[in-house]
Design a protein around this ligand. Structure first.
Ligand code: SF4
Length: 210
């Protein structure tokens, strides 16, 4: 597949998914810091579990960097237990909330600088960093998750995180709302089709081929 075919293929996928699901208006959060916390909590779990943990944090008045940074680790563990790996995630939340409290203007940094800073934090990998850059800071970095990799594989597109990210960013307009929408649509499709092995109904590839 040529680079042009890959780019055209991704634009077609975007249009098909938008037709299928409509606008997702992701990420559902009241504040940028809620996106940050959600990006940590969503690692290796379903979003429904994240919602429960966010509700717990909000009910205890801990959904701000300052308040969360001051809560005892054991208390955070209790509030996020429903998301699995809760000890690890509680520590990550404590660390990142302390960092955001001490660096309140961090999200205003230029996109590459912000991404590098985020990647230096405990428990923040590329997908988490880019989720924060895109959905909390409103800056254009495309998020590559497991469903994105799976769909790309089915389309015959190979590559690691940076290669896939560059391909998406070169295929669609550099536009924050479009990046947000496309990633949300991929996640929705992944949950409803790929995750449920509905490959015979796939609207992206037929019999494993474009
Ligand atoms: S539904 Fe199946 S064939 Fe279609 S993209 Fe997902 S995993 Fe691939």
């Amino acid at each position: 597949m040529t680079a042009k075919q890959k780019r055209t293929g991704l634009v077609e996928v975007y249009n098909k998914l938008l037709d299928q699901f409509g606008h997702k208006h992701w990420w559902p959060a009241d504040t940028p810091f809620e996106v940050v916390a959600g990006a940590i909590l969503t690692q290796q779990t379903k979003w429904e579990n994240v919602e429960k943990a966010i509700k717990n944090l909000k009910e205890r008045g801990c959904m701000e960097a300052e308040s969360l940074s001051r809560v005892e680790l054991e208390e955070i563990e209790e509030m996020v237990r429903c998301t699995g790996f809760y000890r690890q995630k509680a520590k990550r939340l404590k660390d990142i909330s302390t960092f955001f409290f001490k660096n309140p203007d961090i999200l205003r940094k230029p996109v590459d600088e912000l991404r590098d800073v985020l990647l230096s934090l405990n428990g923040v990998g590329e997908e988490t960093a880019d989720s924060i850059v895109l959905y909390a800071a409103d800056k254009p970095r495309f998020v590559i998750d497991a469903y994105t990799r799976r769909i790309c594989r089915c389309m015959g597109i190979k590559g690691g995180y940076p290669e896939l990210q560059a391909l998406f960013e070169n295929s669609i307009p550099q536009d924050v709302p479009v990046y947000k929408e496309f990633h949300a649509l991929i996640v929705e499709y992944g949950k409803q089709f790929c995750g449920k092995k509905r490959c015979t109904e796939c609207i992206i590839v037929k019999n494993g081929k474009m």
